[in-house]
Design a binder for this molecule. Structure first.
Ligand code: URA
Length: 272
């Protein structure tokens, strides 16, 4: 492999797998100094090379215990979804933020009866700043349309991780736990009647289980809203990206969707 090709392959592996601007931007580089230093007089001893000043750079990510405490405090202080989004955008405790283009908060209609939670943004979501707008999102929208639900009218959608992991790798347990206080608060503030977890990461993180999606899916589970004693009816189902790779499993997803449709209409009838 030529040197250029090897560099390109390395960049893709690191997550830089698409061009999103006319000029390259090094997001990790410290900002340039505000004013250039005047040159030293010729007879002055040479100044030692200075390391970048910590305060001038974005700084290293917070240690995880501090980041988790800060996430808890910020999320708990938010009184509305708008406040939560502002708090999340100002939060620098998740290292993924440094390599992502966007903070991907949510899409759809806040306050809908149905809320779906996926794993983490991919390349399209990172570029557009909205969850599930790539191919797996398109499949999800089509499947939800089968049961009469439209994103612009009937559901609210977010992820357990708000920034794209480089190269679309799976988020780590540490990255998920740092984001957890925000998604938990987001669920609490969005007040859905029914919660749907798309794939293992969301189901395991929010249900606090290690069970795989194959066992969790297809039945009603209880999601406990932390600190309130309240519970929501929850369903775990296959992630649409998995269905793209294993279309035969759409049959099972169809069963899950029918259960969701029936639950929504039963609950609506109960309120009549
Ligand atoms: N996969 C996810 O889990 N979330 C997205 O937003 C997109 C793809």
């Amino acid at each position: 492999m030529s040197k250029d090709l090897a560099t390109l392959a390395w960049l893709v592996e690191m997550g830089a797998d698409e061009a999103i601007g006319d000029q390259p931007v090094d997001r990790l580089a410290p900002p340039p100094p505000a004013t250039p230093k005047p040159p030293a007089p010729p007879d002055a001893p040479a100044a030692p090379a200075l390391l970048p000043v910590a305060a001038a750079s974005p700084g290293p990510p917070l240690p995880s215990a501090q980041a988790a405490a800060s996430a808890e405090a910020l999320a708990a202080a938010a009184r509305s979804l708008d406040e939560l989004e502002v708090a999340l955008r100002g939060f620098d405790g998740c290292a993924l933020k440094a390599t992502a283009t966007s903070t991907v908060f949510a899409d759809g209609v806040p306050g809908s009866r149905l809320m779906l939670v996926g794993e983490a943004p991919g390349a399209d979501e990172d570029r557009l700043g909205r969850p599930f707008v790539g191919v797996s999102g398109q499949l999800l929208d089509t499947m939800l349309r089968w049961i009469g639900l439209e994103r612009a009218r009937d559901f609210y959608i977010a992820n357990v991780v708000y920034w794209r992991p480089p190269g679309n790798r799976q988020p780590t347990t540490a990255e998920i736990s740092i984001c957890l206080p925000f998604i938990r608060r987001q669920i609490e503030l969005a007040k859905p009647e029914i919660l749907v977890f798309l794939g293992n990461s969301a189901a395991q993180a929010l249900l606090g289980t290690t069970g795989g999606i194959g066992r969790l899916r297809g039945r009603w589970l209880a999601y406990r809203i932390p600190g309130t004693g309240g519970e929501l009816q929850a369903m775990a189902t296959f992630h649409p990206a998995y269905l793209l790779r294993s279309p035969a499993q759409k049959r099972e997803s169809w069963r899950d969707l029918l259960m969701i449709k029936n639950k929504l209409s039963d609950r609506a009838n109960e309120l009549k």
